[in-house]
Each structure stands twice: as C-alpha cells, then as structure tokens.
Design a protein around this ligand. Sequence first.
Ligand code: EPZ
Length: 417
Amino acid sequence: MDNFVIEGKHTLTGEIPISGSKNAALPALAATVLTEDTVILERIPEVRDVWTMMRLLKHIGVCIEQSDNAYSFKSELISLPEAPYNLVKTMRASSLVLGPLIARTGRARVSMPGGCAIGARPIDLHMNALEQLGARITQDHGYVEAQAPDGLHGSNIRFERVTVTGTEDIMMAAVLARGETVLENAALEPEVVDLANLLKKMGALIEGEGTPTIKIQGVDRLRSAHHAIIADRIEAGTFLIAGLAVGHGLTVTGVHAAHLEAVTEKMSQAGAEISYPREDAIYVEPKEPLRAVDISTQEYPGFPTDMQAQWMALMTQANGKSQIVENIFENRFMHVSELSRMGAKISLAGNHASVHGKTTLSGAAVMASDLRASAGLLIAALAASGETVIDRVYHIDRGYEDIEKKLAAVGAHIRRV
Ligand code: EPZ
C-alpha cells in the first residue's frame, strides 16, 4: 500500500492543469452500453474508479481501446448484463450500469453497493424509479435483479430527495423507453448536464437537464458519438483551497469557473484574491490573514459536500471559529479525528463541526479513510510544520490523477513511497 510523505510549509506557486471529471466520466462510461455503435470519449481521467468501471464494462462485454488521449467503446453484444460484487464493493458508482443494462438488454443483475466510509448510501431511489419505468426489481443474495422483458415505458418520476447518480441512472434508462419520461426534483450537477450532452450526441431526446425537471422522449436506438468530458470541479477546488492554505499565487487551468462559484465565493469571504486570467483558468492568492467562514453543504449549485473536508482543513488555518454543517451524507467527518491528531481544534455535534482556528498543525502519521477526507488531510499536511505520512493513499488515487506530481510541480515537497 502506497503512502505519501509530505514536508509541510512549502508555498505553492504556478499553474496546475485540471483533468477530466471522475464524476462525469463514470456515467459517460456506463452510457456506452446503450448502443452497439462505437462511442469515443476524451479527457477520461487516469484514476482508480475509472479503471474499476472499465473492468466492469469489459466484464459486461464492452470492447475498449485507447488511442492517444481518447478511449473508444464498442459493445456489439452484451454477453453478461451483470455487475459482480467483487467490482461493485470497491465502487458504489457501479450502480450506474443498472439503467443502461435494463434499457439495452431488458435485464440487469447488479450487486447491492456496500456502504462506504461516508454512509449507508442505498440505491432505493434508483430502484423505485426503475420500477416506475416498468422494470421488475427483486433482491436476493445481495444482488438487485431487474427484468423488463417487454422493454421500459416512459413515466412521470419525482425523486423524493435529490440524487446525482440516481438522476443519471434513470436518465440513461429512459432514453430508450417507449414514450415520454419526466424527472422531477432531478439533480442539477454539471456532471448530469455533461451526461445529457453525451446522450444527445448519441441521438437521445432530452431537455431541461441542469434544471429540476428533465424531459426525455424515448427513441428506438442510440448511435455512435464523440465527446470530451468536462473538467473536474472538485479536483480544481481542492487545489485552489491548497493554494489559499499555503499558496503564493496558484492557477488551475482547463476548468469551467462557473462550476466552482459556491467555493470561490466562500474563498473570497475568507480573504482570498480570486481572479480569472483566462476563460478556462482561476487564480488564487491569500490577500490577507485567513478569516473563519461558515459553510453548509448543499446539492449543486450550493457548497459541494465533496469539498467539505478540504474546507475544514483550510479553516484550521483561519482566525476565528467556523461552523461546518454536512447535510448530504450521515458520516462524512472521518477526517476530523486525523486532523485533530495534527493539532486541529474541532468539536463535533451531530452533523455540525466547529473549527477553532488558527491552530499550528504539526506533521503526523495519519490514515486516509475516503477519497475527499484524504484530500483534506493532504491540505493539512501541506500547511503543517514537519513531516506527515498519509497511509492508504489508494483512496486518493480513486479520484485524483497524479496528484503528487501536480503538487510537486508547483512547489510542494511530496513523494509517494
Ligand atoms: C454522487 O454520489 C457523487 N459520486 C459523490 O461523489 C457526491 O458526494 C454525491 O453525488 C453528492 O454530491 C458520483 O457522482 C460517482 P447521491 P451519489 O445519490 O450519486 C442518499 C466523490 O467523492 N440516497 O446524490 O451516490 C445518499 O445516501 C463521491 O467523488 C438515498 O438515500 O450521491 C446521500 O445521503 C463521494 N437513496 C444523498 O441521497 C438513493 O437511492 C445524496 O446521494 C440514492 C441516494
């Protein structure tokens, strides 16, 4: 198991290129199952979760080829509409193949995703919606079995709570259903919009993506398409916060600044100078001593839960007390105990965390628990005095491409051992 060894208190200066979005790539990969034609995807990030999804697609019967920085996917025949436990247990986003498999083959057998560090993370909303589209869902031996021998039919579906991959899963099921499907209370995330753009290039009839109401007219078949994935707004946000914690003028490039407004707004309130040197670049520099700023995680366009741990690490370096409320997941404070071991002063009450800054952090041996908690520990390590060793960095490799190379290139003292 790899570790990261970080020597803190080195300032970050320069430009970091941002990779394609993991959370846009995963549904786009699943969408290639919807047609027997070739789909070409660019800007696929080289991260573990993408490898897991590609292994799953190959298991299902998709042929995958790489040519320079694009991948082509062709599934003339779906040999096995199944997502086995050994793959799903490492990545719950595997449930994204549920909708495409039922739409393409009329059946699917997907292992129930285990919970993960941040919560139970059920997929009841996905299954209820698929039943409304005409699928018969049964569960046994830890698997979800879905059958739709006569195909799926359109329906009016209202999600009782906003679900990102639920919206994506059902959108992919509905594009080949007979008739019209209306999704109410749909997720607004840019990754949902990017998936809709890919599906429309494949011939799907979708409108309203990016709003709470998405309308889909089913079509008989989808065809080949060529699509470049959007930039990873969470990777960009993670580096911007690092640049505010220990930066001296850091720019992230290849990004969509509009996708990060909730984060850059809070950074400005905390004392950052934020500017836009180019249409696809964001610059950050600490303008004055960091001020404590409260956050409350919300669905897009609110402050993203995937940036909560990174923000908490930053607030340990801000003067004053900040309140952090986690509204999306029930157990997303795994980073608190590790940050405390580095000297942070954080008190917890239910889904509220209070950070008392500014505290001097000292390097320590810490353990990564989940993808974004690990990113928070990394930011703390960059700001801490002395050496930090982060264990189990495979959590970080799930969603960040070459993170130690990107950070070292702008001045961080970080190495993988
Ligand atoms: C997506 O997960 C992201 N993953 C997560 O990013 C992100 O944290 C999350 O959205 C929220 O923004 C991908 O896009 C691959 P949800 P998802 O369904 O779709 C509950 C990362 O770090 N819920 O929007 O699984 C659920 O338990 C990952 O990249 C149900 O109760 O999240 C949660 O409390 C972590 N039943 C809330 O809804 C369901 O059927 C939001 O979950 C589905 C979800």
